[in-house]
Ligand binder design. Structure first.
Ligand code: ASP
Length: 360
């Protein structure tokens, strides 16, 4: 078993399956120094995920081994990225995004901010598991501030599988980060040749490579051949809100509870008793609460604990309804949790927190 994992990881670094069949085996990393100087600087921050995972056979797309390859393997696997940018890379953490922590994303945001402040850095690429990519993307869109692009990518198929999507996703992400037209567009997710806004994107399919998108808002653009194409100027995609996390050492605990038929209130009470400083409830439909929930929202509100009304519906807007409750607008419940966490890291004032939600 161990031998086969080791064999797979070696393959990840060397396999032609993971390298592009491109005519472009040519220049990678061998450009003239003067040409390099003209290329934009892009830093890849690796956090793990399927893009660096391996399976026992190329036809097994679902049972990843526990061992994840490091950032060096990513760079070796797609040497063509050096044709588009002066690339360097760092490993932030190396885990699946189903187990990434609030501490990990806080550290990531701080590192992204530091890099964006470096004059020679034109953009940052984050490699990440797809399961919670949308949460990290939204977190970064609220906790970083720059005209420079931050692009998140990953893959649905392990690095060792047939038609692995990681290499082309990484290449696309570097192209987007290096493209001058990507400035002032906020944090973006690049997967399957498409560009999505962090604010709206969600994982829509458990296994398919065409998983990241936004039902209602669509895509910002696409990568077509060697061109990065934007369809629109961003309206709200850049995000008007900004939270300075430079002095934050720990993010507050915020829990997320889904409403279902016959649900009792106890789960929400337990979450607060266990230390949650706020709760998001993914209600049915347009954030439709029962009378019991309304009473609970008022009770916790009077104790200074925000209970935010979101929806478990796959798209649409939760409109303000109850006095004293905060509605999430078009934010998904999982993204509302990110916003509430950041809001509580700066203030306990429920009026101000309501304002943050009203701006979404
Ligand atoms: N388990 C993986 C993760 O989120 C799934 C993926 O990357 O596609 O890290």
């Amino acid at each position: 078993m161990k031998t086969s994992i080791r064999a797979c990881l070696a393959w990840l670094a060397l396999t032609p399956m993971f390298a592009l069949p491109a005519a472009a085996q040519q220049a990678k990393g061998q450009s003239e120094p003067s040409a390099n100087a003209r290329k934009p600087g892009v830093v890849i921050l690796a956090t793990g995920g399927t893009i660096v995972s391996s399976t026992r056979s190329p036809t097994d797309m679902a049972n990843y081994s526990g061992a994840l390859a490091g950032v060096d393997s990513l760079l070796k696997a797609v040497p063509q990225i050096h044709d588009y940018a002066n690339v360097r890379a760092e490993q932030i953490v190396n885990v699946g995004s189903n187990v990434i922590t609030s501490e990990n994303i806080l550290n990531l945001a701080k590192r992204v901010n530091a890099l964006l402040a470096e004059p020679e850095v034109a953009g940052v690429v984050v490699t990440h598991g797809t399961d919670t990519m949308e949460e990290t993307a939204y977190f970064l869109s609220l906790a970083t501030r720059s005209s420079k692009p931050v692009v998140i990518t990953g893959s649905m198929r392990p690095a060792t599988s047939l038609s692995a999507d990681g290499p082309v996703n990484l290449l696309d992400a570097v192209m987007v980060a290096a493209d001058p037209g990507s400035r002032d567009r906020g944090v973006m997710v690049v997967m399957n040749d498409r560009i999505s806004a962090a604010r709206y994107v969600t994982k829509m399919n458990t296994l398919n490579v065409d998983t990241m998108g936004a039902l209602e808002q669509g895509y910002l653009g696409a990568i077509a051949g060697e061109r990065v194409i934007y369809y629109f100027e961003p309206a709200r995609a850049k995000g008007e809100l900004y939270f300075d996390v430079s002095a934050v050492t720990k993010l507050p605990q915020v829990e997320l509870v889904y409403r279902y038929q016959g649900q009792e209130m106890q789960l929400v009470r337990d979450a607060v008793a266990e230390g949650a400083r706020g709760v998001v409830i993914g209600f049915t439909g347009n954030g439709n609460a029962s009378a019991d929930h309304e009473a609970l929202i008022r009770e916790f509100g009077s104790k200074g604990i925000p209970v935010v009304r979101s929806s478990r519906a796959v798209s649409g807007i939760v409109t303000p309804k109850l006095s004293g409750s905060m509605a999430t607008g078009s934010l998904s419940a999982q993204k509302a949790r990110i916003l509430l966490m950041l809001a509580l890291s700066q203030t306990s004032d429920l009026g101000q927190i309501s304002e943050f939600f009203a701006q979404q």
